[in-house]
Design a protein around this ligand. Structure first.
Ligand code: BTN
Length: 248
């Protein structure tokens, strides 16, 4: 069960839940109308203008949460976003760009930032932050690959309904992650992947790998077939530029 706290303005829903994480119950959701310091992956910021999207985070505190499952939550979130948005928009063109961007018509609709909290070595909680662009019609020049549900489909979705639809899928998929394992989630992700089968360029601290994105490894890493053989790239290490152009 999820309690949804609705906030008019907050710095970041991820940070808000982090401040409550020690005492709050697992399942708590913070849904903001506006974020003044929205956080993106790889240290970037996330534009979260008032009333323009579903900006929310979920606090996950579950006895079955371990470092391995926390890493799997990234894929659970991506799949839950894709499934719920596909249903709400009646569009099978909504895809997951590895590791966890949701794209439509080659542009980014939604981003996901999962963070975990530790007590020493022990993982205590994860926070899954989701930003779905719903109504924005214009993005600043530095975000040429961003889009919204309205811009792509003409639909005006309401942030609370989108959050609830996400949560319904998230609950089913996280149970699958805990009870069956990440393989089950990756099996569902393959058919909705915008990345597999495409030529990609992964740039990380150790340089650049270009080749065909051939599969996911059992831990969710991306396997890229290059002339030198198959190379793996890990979530968090790299930006992947695919045929759709943008790097996340
Ligand atoms: C990305 O870079 O693609 C991830 C963006 C994640 C944005 C969401 S909006 C709700 C939550 N709160 C944040 O500060 N970030 C996430």
């Amino acid at each position: 069960m999820h309690e949804i706290v609705r906030l008019e303005t907050v710095g970041s829903t991820n940070e808000y839940l982090k401040s409550l994480a020690k005492t709050a119950r697992g399942g708590l959701v913070a849904l903001a109308e506006e974020q003044t310091g929205g956080k993106g992956r790889l240290g970037r910021s996330w534009l979260s203008l008032k009333g323009q999207g579903a900006w929310f985070s979920v606090l996950v505190k579950d006895g079955r949460l371990c470092a391995e499952n926390a890493a799997g939550l990234v894929f659970v979130c991506a799949l839950a976003c894709a499934k719920s948005l596909r249903r709400l928009c009646a569009s099978n063109d909504i895809l997951v760009k590895w590791p966890n961007d949701i794209v439509l018509h080659g542009k980014k609709l939604c981003g996901i930032l999962c963070e975990s909290g530790f007590d020493g070595e022990k993982l205590c909680y994860s926070i899954c932050g989701i930003g779905i662009n719903l109504l924005s019609e214009h993005f600043p020049g530095e975000l040429p690959w961003a889009t919204s549900v309205l811009a792509e489909t003409g639909l005006k979705l309401d942030p609370l309904s989108v959050t609830e639809a996400f949560l319904a899928e998230f609950d089913i998929l996280s149970e699958k992650l805990y009870n069956i394992g990440l393989a089950e989630i990756l099996d569902e992700l393959r058919p909705v992947s915008a990345t597999l089968g495409k030529t990609v360029c992964a740039s990380g601290p150790d340089g650049t790998v270009t080749g065909l994105a051939s599969d996911f490894a059992p831990d969710g890493a991306l396997l890229i077939r290059t002339r030198e053989g198959v190379q793996r790239v890990n979530v968090g290490d790299v930006s992947v530029r695919g045929v759709m152009g943008y790097a996340d």
